[in-house]
Design a protein around this ligand. Structure first.
Ligand SMILES: NC(=O)c1ccc[n+]([C@@H]2O[C@H](COP(=O)([O-])OP(=O)(O)OC[C@H]3O[C@@H](n4cnc5c(N)ncnc54)[C@H](OP(=O)(O)O)[C@@H]3O)[C@@H](O)[C@H]2O)c1
Length: 228
């Protein structure tokens, strides 16, 4: 498949790039820096502008630049987004919703059929009417980012009819570099999976690329957690 991945140099994005390339997909790895994702271990593109199978081609692009997004996604089989809200201490909620509005407008203009989005865990339900982000013990430093993600998901749902096809995949509450076991539990909907605590970024990437390949959950929110 021909995958265009925004946020490809990040902690999560670089694992998605590596997983997709290892399966033989062509990954256009977009970030503002345009660097090659660090942990990939995959061969970079040869620089001739072609999208070679099983390779990762780093390119410069800003997800807020609609014209650039449209240019980059044109002809892709699927678009992936591992973008991050602002982490400079400012309120990230409005800027992150706005980023996704611009980004998805670019995806629409470029004609790509669907987009899979790295989400947040904070909006998952831990009890009827109670989100993880609102529950006692949720770490205050992570609240702004969790709320920004919740706003993006609300916006995706509210505007679903006018947006290109999307799937939103929340990781477990803790996600970080670790081992690729190749196993995970997949939740469909808003409830936190029972006992969901963590997922390695590598196993999250496995679930994410499974969805990139299958397109099995259009306009749905998924979550990924460790096997019991
Ligand atoms: N449990 C949880 O809920 C949980 C835990 C961890 C992470 N996450 C989520 O996972 C996502 C990825 O997190 P991460 O830790 O991997 O982030 P990260 O390491 O900071 O990576 C962010 C990536 O996005 C790129 N980027 C940022 N702004 C961009 C823009 N406007 N246009 C194009 N590329 C842009 C960055 O590269 P440049 O700066 O070069 O553009 C980088 O490649 C985030 O949404 C985060 O909230 C959720």
């Amino acid at each position: 498949m021909d995958i265009v991945l925004f946020g490809a140099t990040g902690m999560v994005g670089s694992r998605i790039a590596a997983e997709a390339a290892a399966r033989g997909h062509r990954v256009t790895a977009v970030s503002r820096s345009g660097e090659l994702p660090a942990t990939t271990g995959a061969a970079p593109g040869d620089g001739d502008g072609d999208r070679d199978a099983g390779q990762i081609i780093p390119v410069v692009g800003d997800a807020r630049d609609r014209e650039r997004v449209a240019e980059l996604v044109k002809g892709a089989d699927v678009v992936a987004a591992a973008l991050v809200p602002p982490r400079d201490g400012s309120d990230p909620r409005t800027p992150f919703v706005s980023l996704y509005e611009d980004f998805l407008a670019g995806v629409e203009a470029g004609g790509s059929p669907r987009t899979v989005i790295v989400g947040g865990a904070g909006s998952l339900r831990v009890a009827p009417g109670v989100r993880l982000v609102d529950s006692p013990g949720f770490p205050p430093p992570y609240q702004p980012e969790a709320l920004a993600h919740a706003d993006v998901l609300d916006s995706l749902r509210a505007n679903a009819a006018s947006l290109p096809m999307w799937t939103y995949i929340s990781p477990a509450p803790q996600v970080g570099p670790g081992e690729r076991t190749g196993s995970y539990r997949l939740g469909v909907g808003d409830d936190l999976l029972p006992g969901a605590a963590s997922i390695s970024a590598e196993d999250y990437a496995t679930a994410f690329v499974d969805e990139l390949e299958s397109g099995a959950h259009p306009r749905q929110r998924l979550s990924v957690a460790q096997t019991a």
